[in-house]
Every structure is written in C-alpha cells, then in structure tokens.
Design a binder for this molecule. Structure first.
Ligand code: GLC
Ligand code: GLC
Length: 655
C-alpha cells in the first residue's frame, strides 16, 4: 500500500542509510521493504510512536534488516525465492517433525550430524533442536535461560558445528528448527550484567523497580508459572538494589518490549539464526511478551503487534523462514497467534496445538471422545497459510488447558474433572496404569500439570513390571493410536524423541541438584541407542512401535488429503468412545480418508449410515490405508477393536 507518511519516512531513512549498505545488491530487499513498509511503519508507530527518538529507532530497524540481508548466504536467498513462488510449501503432508535435545540424543552437534540416518529411516524431515545457546551451568531451565544469544553452548559444540549440521540437513531436505527465547534472558547475560553495573541503557532492557509498589500491583492479577519453585513474578537483586520482573524462574529476567531497542536486538538475533540456516524459528513463550498492570500479562494485544512486526520485518530479510508460536494458552487465544483479522497469516505461520494435545490426554483417561470432540468443535478454523504443530508429548508439562465451558457442555464439573485427570496420571487413581508426576502444583488455586513420558503415561512401565501381555498391548496400542491422530489431523506432526521406541520415564535427574525440583526432566531422556537397536528385532516392542509409526509416516506422505487446507470435518457419532473425522481433497471428489479411533477397552461399533461418513465411504469397498485390511462389519456397522484406529478409504473412490 502507498501511504504518504510512511513513505516519506522511508525516503528519509533511505537517504540516511549507512553508505556501505548502499553499495550492495539490494534489489529483492528493496522490493520487499517497499511492499511491507506501510505495515511495518504502522505497527512500529502503534508500539513506539510517542517516543522522541521514533525516527532514529525506525532507521535502526531498517539498518538491521538491511545488514542481515547483506549477510544472508546466497543459497538461503535462493531458497527464499523458491519458497516465495511456492508459498504454501509447508502445508504439504510430506512434512513430519521430531523434537529432541542435542545432548540427550547424540551428545553434541557433530554427533547429531552422524545420526541423521535415524530420521531418514523413520521418515522425519523436520527437526526441532531444543535450545543450544550458551547458558550458565545449572541455572539454565533446560536451555531457556540464555547468557549469549549468538553463541552455541560449548558443551554442545560451536557455531561452525551448527553450520555443518545445517548444510548436512539441507542436502537431505530436512528442515531445521531453532529456538529463539524472546521473552527473557539469563541473569548472567551481558545485558543483565551491565544493568546491574548501573548502565541506564541496559536497565531499560528489563522491568526494574526500586520498591514493591508496582510489583505488588502487577502481582494482583499475574498468575504464577512455576509456583512451587519460583513463586511470585519478581526477584530482588541485592547488587542493583532493585526488584526485577522474573515471570519464570528467578534467574530468567523478562525483557521489556516497550523499549524499541529490545525489539530491534531480538529481531537481529532472529535474523542471525535465520542466516545460519534455520528454516523455522520457534519463538518461545510469546504469550508473555507484553506486561500491563491489571492484566494477567499474557495474550495482550501488544504481544500480537510485536509478533506481527517481527514477521513483517523477517519477511523483508528472510522471507523463506517460518515462525512457530509457543503459546500454551486457552484454545481461543492460541489461534490468535496466527494473526487476527487477516486472510493470510500475519504473525506465526505455525502454532503448537496445545488444545489437541490436552484433549487427547483427556480421551485416554476417560476412554471416550466426548470432550475431545466438543473442544475441537469449539476451535475456530485457522487462517490460510497457517498450520498446527500437532503433538502428543513435548519437553514441557501437560497442562489441562481446555475450556471450562466445553467441560460443562459434556456434563463434567470442571474442577472435579481436572482433579480426576491429575489423579489419573499421577498414580492417585486405582483404575489407571499411568505413571506420571505432578508439575507446577499450586496450593492456592488447586491447579497442577503433568510430567511423564508418553509410554509411562499410557501405562507401558506399569504393564512391563507386571509382565502382563494384555496390559502391554493396551499401552502400545495407545502409543500408536495417539500417533495416528497427530499424523492425520491436519498440520505438521511433531514427534518427541524416544516415543517411537516406547521410552519410559527417566528418573536420573533426581540426582542432579539443578534438575531434581523440576519433574519435566522425567521425560527428557538420554536416548538409549542400545535399546533403539531393538527396533531391528521382530517381536520386540521397539520393533513394533518403530515400524508401525514408520509405516504411518510413509502412508501419510502419499495421501494429499492429509495436507492442511482446512480440509477436515469432525463427525458427530452416537458412540461416545469413538472419535471420527474425515479428511478430504479440495475437490471433494476422490481420495477422502475417514479417521476412526476407539478410545475404549472394548470393541465399538460405527454406524456407516451416517451421511457424513457415507460422503467419504460407500459400503463394501472400505479398507484401512495403514494395514491394508478390510475392517470387520456386523449388520452395516463397522467394528473397531479396543484402542484401535483406522484410516479408511473407499477403494473405488481412491482413483
Ligand atoms: C517455554 C519452554 C519451557 C521454559 C519456558 C521458560 O515455555 O518451553 O521449557 O521453561 O519457556 O523459558
Ligand atoms: C509456560 C511454561 C510451560 C508450561 C506452560 C503452560 O509456557 O513455560 O512449561 O507448559 O506455561 O503451563
């Protein structure tokens, strides 16, 4: 859009740009800057327009984008152009992700490079390497308390190792996802150290207060994220004589985005890692980016404006790079991180589907899909050119973040129901094989979240101890049916390392004083390569799980209806134990798939006369895409065995 004010500012900026920038080949940069500048200017003025130094800051912003464009390797610039041409590239069903810790999976970055065969064997072509940047020893929150945003932690390797890895991944067409922890720094970061020494410039990077007056006002409405280990949202710094806002742990200082210098620094860091070859940047804790007295300090409008601005700026310098929003918040809030009031995604192209994740755990515990269906039905369609990251487990706790209204709609009482789920997964419910641990229990509110590996939460650990074959089968079936859902639902499935071979809880963290208090380490294992070797031996659980998941991944990649274009229809069925949805091709003519999952311990029946089911399947020619089997039918009803799933197609309509 051509708008006079923003363009006259742009003209001023272009005149003032440093001469060394002028001398570069910037044709694509200028085209994109021209296209996005109206939006960039509007957002930047909404956030910072009342400052005297606004124009200077805007100049800084443009210089940052230009310099990183100049630094961007030619191969990545070429990839940007390719992706601009095929701008829906990431909605394709071919992408399948896995999240892992470098040191947990392979010691270090160069070791990880030697393990790429494992991803290729399984069919993984997107990896999210958990944070690898420099952190203090001990007080690191698993890599999320960063003391140098531009340096790989020496325990994991060097920046050059990362470049090598990224080149090796590119050759194999595997996408690289890296974290940028945008909300906070470690208290040992240089900015924090300089703030402590009294430098005003860096004090303005954080939220610092001389006394409790303002912190107390904030506390009235701010929830606690780690109530057991880091109660309250402020920490006294004796050296500086000030209170520091620390929403997460006391050693994680929240960055102050009402200061444009902070925004520009973080944008520069995002572009720095984009230029190191990240295809996707995971933006951590984005819901927390804006703090306002009298609010929960989550999901504020300005947090969205900041993300929109980051996206618009990144599109100018590195348009091929995508953002993942890590916003583990209420269902109606999560979807806003794609961007609101826009036809195309204007914030993050990808967001964690924490709603689906939590609802899946509900269905496992209740053995029915009532809340799963209800919760997903309430979730609005996402924008075009946006997609979910569908996951069962990640490195964090499981929060029961579904909506109270949905819980009531299926006739449970919210508080009691949540209590039941916590008890079910943490060993306080007699009829449960689950072995998890509470996380973040808050005595004031009664809330708690859940830790534990997928396999242990679905009962594999208990079953193996009891050596009961039937219980072992139940547990492995659960692992498969949950994977069948994240692989077919629509979006990028994100597997969690070790789940594909049934990795159990790992309690070795209890011996480490820096980890012992944080039960999330239960499910952040050291990958056991000897155990993984069992995947090659028929008859083992590792073999069964690994090969079944591998098969599902291969089938997914062949089915265009599994691409993500809002081409899913949830189907209401009378049987509450079943969860049913269809995936259709955009033409709706052929190639549709009916996904059916039975969460119950007994076989269940599906009435094929349901018109929505008939639209995908016509009787008689139904088969399961994964096994190739023709499922059992009884009196026009399809029989779904206990804890079983089907990806059904009509053979006659496939072609
Ligand atoms: C994100 C991370 C989590 C971390 C938190 C604070 O939510 O996923 O592991 O504790 O941010 O950095
Ligand atoms: C924050 C925490 C994460 C937790 C989430 C929901 O994002 O970092 O650990 O899962 O809140 O409670």
């Amino acid at each position: 859009m051509y708008e006079q004010v923003s363009h006259s500012l742009l003209n001023n900026i272009l005149i003032k740009l440093n001469p060394d920038i002028e001398q570069q080949e910037l044709r694509h940069f200028y085209t994109r800057l021209g296209a996005n500048f109206y939006a960039i200017h509007s957002l930047f003025s909404l956030l910072y327009g009342d400052r005297d130094d606004f124009e200077e800051q805007a100049l800084q912003l443009v210089e940052t984008m230009a310099r990183q464009y100049i630094n961007r390797p030619e191969t990545l610039k070429a990839k940007d152009i390719e992706r601009e041409k095929d701008h829906n590239w990431f909605l394709n069903q071919k992408w399948v992700g896995m999240a892992l810790y470098t040191d947990g999976f392979a010691d270090n970055l160069s070791g990880l490079k030697d393990k790429l065969f494992y991803f290729q064997e399984l069919g993984i072509n997107m990896i999210h390497i958990m944070p690898i940047l420099q952190c203090p020893d001990g007080k690191s929150d698993g890599g999320y308390a960063i003391s140098d945003f531009r340096k790989v932690d020496s325990r994991i390797g060097t920046n050059d190792d990362l470049t090598d890895l990224s080149e090796a991944l590119q050759k194999r067409d595997i996408l690289l996802t890296l974290d940028v922890v945008v909300n906070h720094t470690s208290n040992e970061h240089e900015w924090a150290a300089r703030a402590r020494q009294g430098e005003k410039k860096y004090q303005d990077y954080f939220y610092l207060f001389d006394n409790r007056e303002i912190p107390d006002m904030f506390e009235e409405t701010m929830p606690e994220i780690f109530p057991e280990t880091a109660p309250g949202n402020f920490t006294w710094d004796a050296e500086m004589n000030k209170w520091v806002m620390t929403v997460f742990n006391d050693y994680q200082w929240d960055l102050n985005y009402s200061n444009p210098a902070v925004f520009i620094e973080m944008l520069d860091i995002i572009l720095f890692w984009s230029n190191k070859g990240a295809d996707i940047i995971r933006l951590d804790a984005v819901a927390f980016l804006w703090k306002k007295i009298g609010s929960a300090c989550q999901n504020e409008r300005e947090a969205h404006l900041i993300l929109q601005l980051m996206k618009d700026c990144c599109q100018v310098t590195a348009p091929g790079v995508l953002f993942i929003a890590e916003a583990i918040v209420a269902p109606v809030e999560i979807i806003k991180y794609f961007g609101e009031d826009a036809i195309n995604a204007k914030e993050c192209e990808i967001a964690y589907n924490a709603t689906l994740m939590a609802l899946l755990w509900d269905a496992v515990a209740t053995k029915n899909a009532k809340l799963l269906y209800q919760g997903l039905r309430s979730l609005p369609d996402k924008l075009e050119r946006a997609t979910w990251l569908n996951y069962i487990r990640c490195h964090d706790d499981i929060g029961l973040g579904f909506d109270d209204a949905d819980i009531r709609a299926v006739d449970y009482e919210p508080k009691e129901h949540r209590k039941f789920l916590i008890n079910y997964y943490t060993g306080n419910f007699s009829d449960s094989d689950a072995r998890g641990f509470p996380f973040g229990a808050n005595l004031k509110t009664g809330d708690a979240r859940i830790s534990g590996s997928l396999a242990s939460l679905v009962g594999l650990e208990t079953a193996q101890e009891s050596a009961d074959p039937a219980r072992i089968i139940n547990a492995t079936q659960h692992i498969l049916l949950l994977h069948s859902l994240i692989l077919s639902f629509g979006g990028i499935p994100l597997l969690y390392y070790g789940d594909e071979i049934g990795t159990l809880n790992d309690c070795s963290f209890l011996e480490d004083e820096h980890k012992a208090h944080d039960s999330r380490w239960t499910h952040r294992p050291n990958f056991d390569w000897v155990n993984a070797e069992q995947r090659n031996h028929p008859g083992t659980i590792q073999y069964q799980l690994f090969n079944a998941i591998k098969k599902m991944i291969a089938v997914r990649k062949e089915i265009p209806a599994f691409a993500d274009f809002n081409n899913r229809e949830l189907i209401h069925v009378d049987n509450p134990h079943l969860f049913v949805f269809s995936r259709f091709n955009l033409t709706r003519t052929a190639g549709g798939v009916l996904v059916v999952v039975n969460f119950d311990a007994n076989p269940q029946y599906l009435d094929l006369n349901n018109p929505n089911i008939k639209a995908v399947l016509s009787h008689g020619h139904i088969s399961d895409l994964v096994s190739g089997d023709i499922p059992a039918m009884f009196k026009e009803q399809l029989v779904i065995p206990a804890y079983h799933f089907y990806w059904l197609t009509d053979q006659q309509r496939m072609s």
